[in-house]
Ligand binder design. Structure first.
Ligand code: C2E
Ligand code: MG
Ligand code: MG
Ligand code: MG
Length: 290
């Protein structure tokens, strides 16, 4: 009886798997052409000084304008890009495009606006990563202090020895390093001392209900206190309400991003938001290293 059920279960599972595998293969084939066809676009989500509300930076977030299917969110294709290795050329494009856009804003008179780029595990392992970053900065003319790379704890902890060396090389270029989704990994906090990290981005799961959930409040205030002691900047992700914004500002969080301020928008829409910001905006690198 059990054996029979198991057999049926397996057959069902195998059919499901092959449907998923087929879909992924199809996705992979289309992803292969997407770069050449110019189907990727970067949207930008402003990062705000929580005291003044001024925009001090933007996070670049990729979208795929898939033919016949509209705008596809990164979580729908980044995993397949990662598995197939296509994330490396896609990530190279993101880096180049983000630097180009940030320099374009600069050259047209915007106050210094930092741009933050998400780096995947495969990309971080790419032995040519550091020279590619240097090349992007060189070819676009972007001030290295205006570029920030976002890595997760699990990416840097996979190979701590090599990560430390790699991060130092990136830091030596003048580029800012931040830990994305901070608090969701399982790693020891001691890596914060070993690695040259400038910013912790508090994951939005802790920001949600921070003003009413005492556990989330405790975690967030502990991160803020620790970061303060270690002289690491903090960015809160996923701020959706005035209550969250107020809590974070009151507890000394420097910077925040989230739907409460702005959703990710196109470069052109983002530019309009810069024009509205108060004149006393503080440059990204100054705020973030304060
Ligand atoms: P992430 O780096 O943690 O980016 C933040 C995500 O939260 C973005 O989703 C953003 O749109 C969303 N978000 C921002 N504010 C709010 C808010 O107030 N509420 C809620 N519910 N969500 C908010 P998105 O753009 O779908 O990106 C998802 C993830 O995909 C990113 O998470 C990042 O890990 C990855 N990703 C995006 N762009 C790239 C890229 O160029 N390269 C790589 N390797 N990964 C990327
Ligand atoms: Mg990010
Ligand atoms: Mg991320
Ligand atoms: Mg995040």
């Amino acid at each position: 009886q059990a054996k029979k059920a198991g057999g049926n279960g397996f057959a069902f599972y195998a059919a499901e798997m092959s449907a998923l595998a087929r879909e992924n293969l199809n996705l992979e084939n289309q992803l292969r052409h997407a770069l050449d066809n110019g189907e990727f676009i970067l949207h930008y989500q402003p990062q705000h000084d929580l005291q003044t509300n001024a925009i001090v930076g933007v996070e670049a977030l990729i979208r795929w304008n898939r033919p016949g299917q509209g705008m596809i969110a990164p979580l729908k294709f980044i995993p397949v890009a990662e598995m197939s290795g296509l994330i490396v050329p896609i990530g190279d494009w993101v880096m180049q495009e983000a630097c180009r856009q940030a320099q374009d804003w600069q050259s047209r008179g915007a106050e210094p606006i930092g741009v933050s780029v998400n780096v995947s595990a495969r990309q971080f392992k790419d032995p040519t990563l550091v020279s590619k970053i240097a090349q992007c900065l060189e070819s676009t003319g972007l001030d290295p202090h205006l570029l920030e790379l976002e890595l997760t704890e699990s990416i840097v902890m996979e190979d701590p020895v090599n990560s430390a060396a790699r991060l130092k090389q990136i830091r030596d270029l003048g580029v800012t390093i931040s830990i994305d989704d901070f608090g969701t990994g399982y790693s020891s906090l001691s890596y914060l001392r070993q690695f040259p990290i400038d910013i912790l981005k508090i994951d939005r799961s802790f920001v949600r209900d921070v003003h009413i959930d005492t556990h989330n409040a405790a975690i967030v205030t502990a991160i803020l206190a620790m970061a303060g002691q270690l002289q690491i900047g903090v960015v809160a992700e996923g701020i959706e309400t005035a209550e969250q914004q107020e809590f974070l500002a009151r507890h000394g969080c420097g910077i925040g991003q989230g739907y409460y301020f702005n959703k990710p928008v196109t470069a052109a829409e983002c530019e309009k938001l810069f024009e509205r910001r108060p004149a006393r905006a503080i440059p990204f690198s100054v705020v973030k290293s304060a």
